[in-house]
Design a protein around this ligand. Structure first.
Ligand SMILES: [Zn+2]
Length: 114
């Protein structure tokens, strides 16, 4: 066996924990922690129903999502993304780790933990 170094992903979560029905916490491999509120995360859904594939324009209206929306279930997709099942029945969004990290750093959705 030759020793080809394993390719490291730039953005990788160390821990993903659902703190409550409405709060997701991700601790990244570099030690940065991010809290995500369910409603904000739902409003940032990147799927083709929520974002125009051609223009990149968000077609989902923030006010269409209740503040009380909950995470019913979440699953890791192909080791690079998360898929959520929301209490409003939506489940087509694939949130790549890169996208989740960007959301956190841009403070649109999540707050970085101290
Ligand atoms: Zn969506």
């Amino acid at each position: 066996m030759s020793s080809i170094p394993e390719r490291r992903q730039a953005i990788e979560p160390r821990e993903i924990s659902q703190e409550s029905d409405t709060l997701l916490r991700i601790t990244w491999a570099d030690g940065v922690g991010c809290d995500y509120k369910a409603a904000a995360l739902r409003r940032a859904c990147p799927c083709a129903q929520c974002v125009n594939e051609w223009t990149g324009e968000r077609t989902l209206k923030p006010e269409a999502i209740a503040d009380e929306v909950e995470i019913n279930d979440l699953a890791i997709v192909g080791r690079y993304a998360l898929n959520f099942r929301w209490s409003d029945g939506h489940e087509t969004g694939i949130y790549s780790f890169q996208y989740l990290r960007d959301l956190c750093e841009h403070q649109e959705v999540a707050g970085q933990l101290p």
